[in-house]
Design a protein around this ligand. Sequence first.
Ligand SMILES: NC(=O)c1ccc[n+]([C@@H]2O[C@H](COP(=O)([O-])OP(=O)(O)OC[C@H]3O[C@@H](n4cnc5c(N)ncnc54)[C@H](O)[C@@H]3O)[C@@H](O)[C@H]2O)c1
Length: 546
Amino acid sequence: MNAPAAAPATTAVAVAQSLAVRCVEFEGGPDDAALALRTLTSALTVSSGPAHPRPVSEAAPGHASVALPLGGTAMVSVTPAAPGRWAATVTVTDPGSASDEDVDALLAVVDRLPLTGREVDQIRRDLPITGAVAALAGPGALEGLAVVAAIHHMRDFAGLLHALIECGADPAQMTIIDKGYPYRMRERVDGWLECQGVALVDYPQRALGIAAHLDRAKAAGMRTLVMDDGGYVLPVVLDRFPERPGEIVGVVEQTTSGIWRLADHHPLPVPVFSVAESQLKSAVEAPHVAAAALSSVMAHLPDETWAGRPALVIGYGRLGRQTAAQLRDTHRMRVAVHDLSAAALVTAHQDGHRVGRDLGALIAEHRPLLVMGCAGHGSLLAEHAAAFQASAYLASVTSRDHEFPLTGWARSARRVVDHEPVGHTYVMDDDVELCVLGDGLPVNFHHRESLPTRVIDLVFAALLLGGLTLAEPGQGGHGPGVNVPLVDQILGASPALATYLDLYAEEPSSLSAGSGAGGVRRLVTAAPDGLPDHTRSAWTYGRRPR
Ligand SMILES: NC(=O)c1ccc[n+]([C@@H]2O[C@H](COP(=O)([O-])OP(=O)(O)OC[C@H]3O[C@@H](n4cnc5c(N)ncnc54)[C@H](O)[C@@H]3O)[C@@H](O)[C@H]2O)c1
């Protein structure tokens, strides 16, 4: 690999003077690097419009100087950072008449650098079950359907979208709702989505976006398939456009809150394929979500000490039970549990946790340092603030900011302190601090990627199978409404589970046969083509081998 070209001296000077610089690292080959340079330079100049073309000059290999729309210049560079990794940097060397906000908008083009081909290939390699389902279905399976998807904008979504396209869904007829959570890679995923030609809609504008989607699909003579994660689409259609559910072939719902949101709308006029309540999802997801949420808490508070200290879990369902177990067994905390359901409390008690039916009394007596909201319906009320005798961190593991009464606490707090990116704290009159991590949004998504790609694979495969089923002429026998036993039957009979076992179970029979995916264990670090061969010299203290 060539040595990185030296950046022009002016770059460093401008950095020191204005700090108007932003950088992102990405994976790829030289072609991806060249494309990144072109993408960034054109994104910086695009607003100058065709009537005022601005010169872009190659300053040195991997660097370009860009004349900005409002006067001034920027330097773009894409230079090697490590084998197969590149650093893309934009430095506004002269802002011209741009305001600080304009400069920030210019720098944001780096955040939105689309995922590279190599990165998407790697994501797809880590979703082999989803890929196998798509390959089996073939390119005609979703042809003629306009897809609306409200799936989390993490890197793995690129793999699911690819699978939908492979099954015949046309990106030009797709609408993607961006939930707005601050996922670690959200901007780059959105940049990639834009390149696919889909319509991107922000969460607050979702009703307008859904109406525009239905209009577009109708004009093209297509019906709509919804891939939802939290009831973002069908409840809106039923409330706002009650004459239009007939334009929807069906809904695949990934999460429990999406099913809850439909509770007021029964009988449902369209099939809702509930992956959320399926045995497959219960078997796979909850331990990983709990682990991702707790790892996010610990990562955002690296200097806190947890072992031996009190934690409270509110809501002892699928997620709450796993969260409580990991708090005790992995983080060695003393766990108390509250749930509205007596059966859930008995289960928690049998699991060895302290339980309490009166949440206020439990908070006052247990004095939790950490509260994990796992109820999904709003676990704490504004008046519970008074029960806290000692300061506490609070983290949601569920959906949006529904878990804690943020508005009520903001009203009664003496001060509200911003701890971005950790969250914010309500300082109450008695000096008790309630620090809400991730601003009350689910912590496993807070500047994180949540679940490992290979873990979400089975869930994505189930979503895809749901979409494929609802796209069939007879919809696999799934009539309007929710039919969990049928969903379990369809998923249980699908090749997805066998593919999972082939890949990961490493059963003696498949290993001794030496064939099939089970015989070849693939690491996530597998080198793609084009990476330089590593030197064989040993690692020595204080120096990486080159
Ligand atoms: N963050 C994520 O990645 C993620 C992943 C999966 C599910 N979810 C969401 O998490 C939520 C919970 O999912 P689940 O599968 O554990 O649900 P679940 O139905 O298995 O468990 C919820 C539990 O909370 C209890 N509960 C409800 N309201 C309560 C309240 N006000 N006070 C105390 N207890 C209450 C219920 O009795 C039940 O035991 C849902 O909103 C789901 O959509 C989030």
